[in-house]
Each structure stands twice: as structure tokens, then as C-alpha cells.
Design a protein around this ligand. Structure first.
Ligand SMILES: [Zn+2]
Length: 506
């Protein structure tokens, strides 16, 4: 985990933080740049005076932050989920056990209106996968099927391999270059704090198989989209294009991809086996089953004078199948539930209703995220004042960004002042806010985006190693504290909260 960042906020200590509220100045910061230009809001909206929050509310939010920092609840929830439920891949018995766990847990914590609207999800069986070179140097590689892959025949595919870095390189090859062959996508994922390295590398996994299939390739071998140097493969989903032939696709571990890369050095011009093809056998027993039932889990703590408006705190309940999904996204589930409960326990009580939404099947198609706004309907979505989501591991939160109407930037500033002692930077007003709340954002719902530190997240993401021991309880406390403060202030600020400009982003 990221000890450097953890040390920065933990060095301050909970006791020292208790004085932060006292030194707080009520002066509202003004917007540092033209938010009208950033968000596309109308000039009349942009000209509206910045919102302010009562001093009492700010003081309460500081107490909330300190209470959250001292609370073990998020970790206890995560321990319970990963131990009593385990893997929660869409449509499996574990997925349904996760829904039941969530319902019971939320009810026992005092949430009301707990409901589990049905979500239909695709059902895919991973089966087994193997990948090995057969010549010139026979070796076995550690591999996993990529989520959604079709299977091969019992004998698998044995074919020469063409190495490319990425999709543009594949597309630049001469016509027929990969026909009947296996394509090895060898691009490395860059380690970044904001997770942007994943976004750049993942296209080879999601779109690569169909692009290779359209060029006549027989299958895809992918360097894992992940940063682990251990001999574990990272899964994740692919997205077959309906107009391209479906071909099997597997991911091999990073050390195995390094090994395979060296096979190409030895068969290239000047190498010991120059001119010989690298031939591999890839075998996959994955298959599809008919789609089946899952559910979103929704639970609330009703507000007071603005109870018909909602502050949504979300995460996704499903995980990939090889592990218990402690970081992805058990940590987010624990942060969302714990932050909501802590925020709702404060006095003065939250004015808006705080709603926890645990989305179904994010990993294998964003099913729950797409059902949610349709289930709610336009009128309900219009009453969603703010939405936020935790889906990048245990944290800590290192930056607070948002995409809110310009006059609410002062509220984001207030949130930031409260969590700055926890090592949180102030971001900007162009945040996307996460995949599961994307459909809401694209309908104009303002988003708050406490950004979780992803530096080490992609070492275990979608692997067998996404286990509870990878979670740092101190990170979880800090993240819960930041989400709790954001939730509370979002529930307390005056409305009505205008919609943000609708964009086409993810
Ligand atoms: Zn996730």
C-alpha cells in the first residue's frame, strides 16, 4: 500500500485534528476560474451568488471527520463481506449472497426503505485457460481468460504469434499479417496515482479482441492490464463488437509477458533462432449461460426539510470471480455504507435524504448503473442533488474534485478545508465521478469526486490477490472520513441544486 501517503495524514493524528474546526474561517473562497466555461452552465446560473454553509454545520462536519477517523466500522463491514460472502461475480450464488448480505447489513445499521430492484445480468463461466509456447522454446504461462471470452476447442488454438504493442500498431500492419495467427498485445500499463495508466492500457483488452478478430486473427494473448510484478494474471472484461468475428482472448501475467517478449528477441533478426516463428497454444473453456437475475441494493436515511432530495453515495457490489474483491469494490461498499451512516448520525440531522446505492454488475457490463436511472425515472433523477461513488480501492483520498453548478464550488471548497489536514488536495470542477454514476452525470446530476489513491491498486486489481490483507485499515478510515464530510455537507447545503451541463463522456 502507499505508506508515504498514509504517513502524511496519520502523522497529524486524530487529536491534533480536533482543533481544525476552531481555526476554520467562514470566508467563502471564490471560484478560481470561469466555471461557466468549464461546465457550460448558462451565464445567469454562473452569476448566481456562491452558496454558504452555517458555521454550526461546518463545526459538525469537523466532528464527523474526527469520528470517522476513529471508527473501525468500514473495516469491519469489509471483513464481514469478504469472509461471509466472498467472490460476487454477476449472476452467481455469491452475487445473490452479496445482495442478501447488503440488505441485512443495511437494515441492521438503521437504514430504511431498503430495497433490491431486479437487474438482469449476463452470465459467463470463466472455466480454465492455458497458454504455452510450443516452439522454439516450450514454456507454460500463467493465464486467465479475459471476461466474456468465448472458449476454444478441446485442443485449443495452435498458431504463430504476432507481437504488437497496442491497437494502433496492430492496425498499421500489412493486410493479412495476423490472419489465422494469435495476436500478442504487449503494451505495459503505467503506474499512476490517478489510475489514468489503466484507462490508456485497457483498450487493448476491451476492444483488441474484436479488432484482431476483424483482421482475421485466431485469438488474442494480452499482457495483463495491471502493474503487478508477481506471477498473477489480471482479468477484466472485453467487449465484442457485433460486426467482428468473436475470437478467444486470454491475459498472461506481467513476468510471463516479459518472458514471451524475450522469445521474440531470440527469433528476430540477429537472434539465436532468427526467422523462426514463435508458436503458441491457447486453450480456454469459458462459455456463456443465459442471462440471469441480480439486483441493485438501495437504502436510505431520510432527511429533514429537504427529504425529497437525495445525496447518493455509491459503490458496486459485484466483484470478479477469482478473489473476494476486497479492494474492487468491497472497500467502496464499506466506505459508502459507513460514510452514509456516520453522516446521518450527526446533529443537526442531514436535510437531504442520504441514499446508499450498491450497484449490480459493474465489472461485466455496468448493468446496475444503467438500470438505476431508468428505474428511478426522470422526476426522481431530477431530485438527486449530488452523487458520489467509491470504486478505486481503499484510498486514501488524495484529491477532492467535483462537477457541480458554479455556485456550489464554494461548498467543495468548504469540504476541502475540512479534509485538507488528511492530505487531500483540491482538484477541479471537471470530474467524471466514476462509472456507476456516469449515467446520472450524463442526465445532469452534479457529482462529487473524492479521488482515491490508485498507486498500488492495479497491483491486485482483477487478480486472485484482491484479498482483505491488501486493505490498509488506516486508508479505509481516511477515505471514509472524506466521503462522510462530503456526504454531510452535500446534504446540508441550500438548494435547489441546478443540473450540470450534459456531456457525452464515460
Ligand atoms: Zn470496480
Amino acid at each position: 500500500m502507499n505508506r508515504r501517503v498514509a504517513g502524511r495524514f496519520l502523522g497529524i493524528g486524530v487529536a491534533a485534528l480536533a482543533g481544525v474546526a476552531g481555526s476554520f474561517t467562514a470566508t467563502l473562497a471564490t471560484t478560481p476560474w470561469s466555471l461557466a466555461a468549464e461546465t457550460g452552465n448558462t451565464p445567469s446560473t454562473a452569476a448566481a451568488p456562491a452558496v454558504s454553509l452555517p458555521r454550526e454545520v461546518i463545526k459538525t462536519a469537523a466532528q464527523l471527520r474526527d469520528t470517522a477517523l476513529a471508527s473501525d466500522e468500514a473495516y469491519q463491514l469489509l471483513e464481514s463481506l469478504t469472509t461471509e460472502v466472498g467472490p460476487r461475480f454477476a449472476g452467481t450464488a455469491g452475487d445473490l449472497a452479496g445482495v442478501n448480505w447488503s440488505r441485512e447489513t443495511l437494515q441492521s445499521l438503521g437504514f430504511v426503505n431498503v430495497r433490491t430492484p431486479e437487474v438482469i445480468v449476463p452470465r459467463w463461466i470463466r472455466g480454465e485457460a492455458s497458454a504455452q509456447t510450443v516452439s522454439p522454446y516450450p514454456q507454460q504461462f500463467v493465464t486467465l481468460a479475459i471476461g466474456g471470452s468465448i472458449g476454444t476447442s478441446d485442443e485449443g488454438i495452435t498458431a504463430p504469434v504476432v507481437i504488437v504493442k497496442d491497437i494502433p500498431e496492430l492496425q498499421s500492419l500489412p493486410a493479412g499479417a495476423v490472419k489465422g495467427k494469435l495476436v500478442f498485445f504487449n503494451g505495459r500499463m503505467e503506474r499512476t496515482r490517478d489510475g489514468s495508466g489503466y484507462g490508456k492500457a485497457v483498450r487493448a483488452r476491451t476492444e483488441g479482441p474484436s479488432i484482431a478478430g476483424a483482421l482475421g486473427a485466431a485469438g488474442v494473448v494480452l499482457r495483463s492490464v495491471g502493474t503487478s510484478k508477481n506471477r498473477i494474471a489480471h482479468s477484466g472484461t472485453l467487449s465484442y463488437n457485433v460486426s467482428a468475428p468473436r475470437i478467444p482472448a486470454v491475459a498472461i501475467s506481467n513476468p510471463d509477458a516479459d518472458n514471451l517478449e524475450r522469445h521474440f528477441k531470440l527469433t528476430a533478426a540477429g537472434g539465436k533462432r532468427a526467422g523462426e516463428p514463435v508458436v503458441m497454444n491457447v486453450r480456454v473453456t469459458s462459455r456463456d449461460l443465459p442471462q440471469t437475475r441480480s439486483a441493485n441494493v438501495i437504502a436510505e436515511i431520510p432527511g429533514t426539510d429537504l427529504a425529497d432530495e437525495v445525496v447518493l453515495v455509491g459503490a458496486h457490489l459485484d466483484s470478479w470471480d477469482p478473489s473476494v474483491g476486497a479492494q474492487d469494490d468491497g472497500a467502496g461498499v464499506a466506505i459508502a455504507i459507513s460514510a452514509a451512516k456516520l453522516a446521518a448520525s450527526m446533529s443537526p440531522k442531514p436535510r437531504r435524504t442520504i441514499r446508499v446505492v450498491l450497484f449490480a454488475n459493474e465489472e461485466f457490463g455496468l448493468s446496475g448503473a444503467n438500470y438505476y436511472p431508468a428505474d428511478e425515472g426522470d422526476e426522481s433523477v431530477a431530485k438527486h442533488a449530488f452523487a458520489m461513488e467509491a470504486d478505486l480501492g481503499d484510498g486514501p483520498v488524495w484529491k477532492l474534485s467535483a462537477r457541480v453548478p458554479p455556485r456550489y464550488w464554494s461548498m467543495v471548497n468548504e469540504m476541502h478545508r475540512l479534509v485538507k489536514p488528511l492530505g487531500v488536495e483540491l482538484g477541479d470542477n471537471t470530474a467524471a465521478g466514476g462509472a456507476d454514476i456516469g449515467p446520472l452525470r450524463r442526465r445532469g446530476v452534479p457529482v462529487l469526486a473524492p479521488l482515491l489513491d490508485a498507486t498500488t491498486y492495479f497491483d491486485i486489481h482483477h487478480t486472485v490477490n484482491d484479498t482483505l490483507d491488501q486493505v490498509d485499515p488506516l486508508h479505509l478510515k481516511q477515505s471514509t472520513a472524506v466521503f462522510a464530510v462530503a456526504t454531510y455537507l452535500a446534504a446540508m447545503v441550500d438548494g435547489p441544486v441546478e443540473r450540470i451541463a450534459v456531456d457525452g463522456g464515460r
